[in-house]
Design a protein around this ligand. Structure first.
Ligand code: PAF
Length: 269
């Protein structure tokens, strides 16, 4: 694994390689990242992982400060997974150049997390576009857990006619159906127990919506989630993944964003 902190050096190394797969991350790597990286390494080209905690996508300074960091462990994981390149840039390396592409924000950016995290998706698209301009990958691999982010990045790529293929990757869950995420590492045992109970209820809620045609209200389910120990519920919504609207058939994903303590967790299933 070759480590680069400077985009010029990275570019000169990979310039002639036309089959790079990019896995962008903010570090604090977990089983979900590992599964995405393994998928990339199994492919035919070279795997480039980026680790960059992007300040522009945090709508809250405290959240940025508290975001999990585990550099030593990240390096250990990436070496074990036998990736080819790691790009770990500074803020200046990422942001001190003029981009070719314009940030395209689809209207879906206003829904779900977009209603609660001002500027978040603009920050995500900004950094991902920069990483694409720097690394010019053939493919970019992104997790379906962050469905809204995945969708918006796809739209930006299409609008700007960027020649990078987006590969959506499955969500990896533990035995309690908790999706792995970096923020999860911040929960203590007591908070984790609360989350397990909440997820059970949300799973049952989805099942009831399908099988019993239950129409109990979102406000009721929100109350239930709070009573189980969530500090706040930003949203619980069901969405047809094809239309991005309220479903009229039984094919939908349940999206949620909740706080356990000060930790904001999102998922969809
Ligand atoms: O999903 C993430 O970790 C980040 O939003 C990403 C895509 C690396 C951009 O900073």
């Amino acid at each position: 694994m070759k480590l680069f902190t400077n985009k010029k050096k990275l570019r000169s190394e990979i310039r002639k390689i036309n089959n790079i797969s990019l896995v962008p991350t903010m570090g604090a790597l977990h089983e979900g990242h590992e599964s995405i990286i393994r998928k990339s390494v199994r492919g035919s080209g070279k795997t480039l992982v980026s680790i960059f905690i992007n300040p522009k996508q945090f709508n809250n300074r405290k959240d940025l400060k508290n975001y999990p960091r585990n550099n030593k462990n990240d390096i250990k994981i990436l070496k074990r997974l036998k990736i080819d390149y790691l790009y770990k840039p500074s803020y200046t390396d990422v942001y001190k150049f003029k981009t070719k592409n314009k940030i395209y924000l689809d209207k879906f950016s206003k829904k779900l997390c977009g209603q609660f995290r001002k500027g978040h998706f603009r920050g995500v698209i900004n950094v991902v576009n920069r990483l694409l301009e720097i690394t010019k990958p053939k493919k970019i691999l992104l997790g379906k857990k962050d469905f809204q982010q995945l969708y918006l990045i796809k739209k930006h790529i299409k609008k700007n006619r960027i020649k990078t293929k987006v590969l959506p990757c499955k969500t990896v869950r533990d035995k309690n159906f908790i999706a792995f995420s970096s923020r999860l590492k911040k929960l203590n045992a007591h908070e984790k127990t609360k989350l397990i109970r909440i997820i059970k209820v949300l799973k049952k809620y989805k099942k009831d919506l399908i099988t019993k045609k239950e129409t109990y209200s979102f406000s009721l389910i929100k109350k239930k989630i709070i009573s189980l120990g969530a500090k706040k519920v930003d949203y619980i919504k069901i969405i047809d993944l094809n239309t991005l609207k309220k479903p009229n058939k039984n094919k939908f994903n349940l999206f949620y964003a909740i706080y356990i303590g000060n930790i904001r967790l999102i998922d969809n299933f």
